[in-house]
Design a protein around this ligand. Structure first.
Ligand SMILES: C[S@@+](CC[C@H](N)C(=O)[O-])C[C@H]1O[C@@H](n2cnc3c(N)ncnc32)[C@H](O)[C@@H]1O
Length: 217
């Protein structure tokens, strides 16, 4: 874990359980933190997505904790792990191997800090794995990554191939972002829907629920 990155994360975040998975303690930027209201030039991180627990990620982690048997003894890759909650949930329910992947090095460090907080071990990777064959993994987790149309199209094409050609189980947590178009939804099955109470999900930006989808094989 990079010492400087870790101390910056600890300085600017607090431990929070105010989300859909209160059994997980996570270091996050919450309304109690000065950075919650800071302007872009006051923030010592570029796009600190890892400091928020996105509704799609909350739904994915909730689903894992509630359906542990589907993840136990499997190898899991959490792409765009952010704070690492999906990976930590998978480790908690007894996954054989968990790799938390994010191209932002702060996300990798935040995930390590959060894993330690929750007494689990997860591996981290900072490679851009979009397009990779993911040979070592059974299950791919995607928490809230359909917020940009151009990226959504690249991401979905890859995930669809992993699912239909390689038989991987692909789980997508999403609160209804525009990147998950109707055509894309028609190629997935709804596994769970969670209500997002405003008082526990500060990052919902008006979303009322978050879904967990599984790509059809
Ligand atoms: C909206 S956040 C979601 C984080 C987390 N999954 C959650 O739901 O709380 C999206 C994350 O994807 C990461 N990301 C963007 N492009 C990526 C890529 N090509 N490979 C891995 N991570 C990526 C970002 O750095 C960011 O942490």
């Amino acid at each position: 874990m990079l010492k400087e990155a870790a101390s910056l994360i600890m300085k600017h975040t607090v431990t929070s359980r105010r989300h859909l998975t209160p059994e997980l303690a996570l270091r996050l930027i919450t309304p109690e933190c000065p950075l919650w209201r800071a302007t872009e030039d006051q923030i010592p991180f570029k796009d600190p997505f890892w400091a928020f627990y996105w509704p799609g990620g909350q739904a994915t982690a909730r689903f894992i904790l509630d359906n542990g048997d589907q993840f136990k003894n499997n190898s899991i890759l959490d792409v765009g792990c952010g704070c690492g909650a999906g990976s930590i949930a998978a480790a908690k329910v007894g996954a054989k191997r968990v790799v938390a992947n994010d191209i932002d090095h702060f996300a990798a460090t935040a995930t390590k800090i959060n894993a330690e907080l929750n007494d689990v071990t997860v591996e981290t990777s900072k490679k851009n794995l979009i397009g990779d064959s993911c040979k070592e993994f059974d299950i791919i987790l995607i928490g809230d990554m359909f917020y940009n149309e151009e990226f959504a199209s690249l991401l979905f094409e890859w995930l669809h191939r992993l699912s239909t050609e390689d038989g991987k189980t692909v789980l997508i947590g999403d609160p209804g972002r525009h990147g998950l178009t109707t055509t894309r939804r028609q190629q997935m099955s709804l596994a769970a829907r969670y209500v997002l109470p405003a008082h526990i999900c500060m990052e919902n930006h008006g979303f009322t629920h978050a879904d967990v989808w599984i790509l059809n094989k």
